[in-house]
Design a protein around this ligand. Structure first.
Ligand code: URA
Length: 190
């Protein structure tokens, strides 16, 4: 099992799938390595590929604004990453083969960080991390516990930008996330 620096070095040099050929930067993740709360999206978009940091485009700005309302910031108290670490061309969904090639990096990140709460951003992450038949419209905001880790999913920020009528549901889900943090790992809020 690599330590954090080794894992990051391996990931930054990864050639396990064809996304390596078209990427500008590998987007490993951002946030404190001892975060109790982790947010996981599907894969980097154009801005993320250019900057090497997850969720830095319009969707990411919206996400940061919403999370600041429940006292969360990537500088302080959550870690954010993606299922695949390189941008799929034209922002298509990552293929299962690409996810399979990449997911080991996420498993190692989870082993090293050991978060208590995992929030999937959108259906691709929820399908991969919660259950294959996950339905985001029906099941966002619901909690699943596995080995003491609490999983939930909220709408992807890009979906909120496309359809702002989904925002009230997401604010309700975020309030529930804040309540779960206070219950399970109140130290997040110092
Ligand atoms: N969408 C994602 O799923 N992840 C990012 O990092 C950016 C956009």
């Amino acid at each position: 099992m690599p330590n954090w620096e080794e894992l990051e070095r391996l990931c930054l040099g990864c050639q396990k799938c064809a996304l390596a050929d078209t990427r500008t930067n590998v987007v490993f993740g951002k946030g404190p390595r001892d975060a109790r709360v982790m947010f996981i999206g599907e894969g980097p978009g154009e801005n993320e590929d250019l900057q090497g940091e997850p969720f830095v485009g319009r969707g990411g700005q919206l996400l940061d604004e919403m999370l600041s309302l429940i006292g969360l910031s990537r500088e302080k108290n959550f870690y954010i990453t993606n299922i695949v670490k390189c941008r799929p061309p034209k922002n298509r969904d990552p293929l299962n083969t690409e996810q399979d090639a990449c997911i080991g990096y996420l498993w190692e990140q989870l082993e090293l960080i050991r978060p208590r709460i995992i929030v999937c951003l959108g259906r691709i992450a929820a399908i991969r991390l919660i259950k294959p038949e996950f339905k985001i419209t029906r099941e966002h905001g619901q909690w699943t516990e596995l080995d003491g880790v609490f999983y939930t999913a909220i709408y992807h920020p890009a979906a909120l930008l496309r359809d702002p009528t989904k925002k009230p549901d997401t604010f309700a889900d975020l309030r529930a996330i804040r309540a779960k943090i206070r219950e399970i790992c109140p130290e997040v809020y110092g």
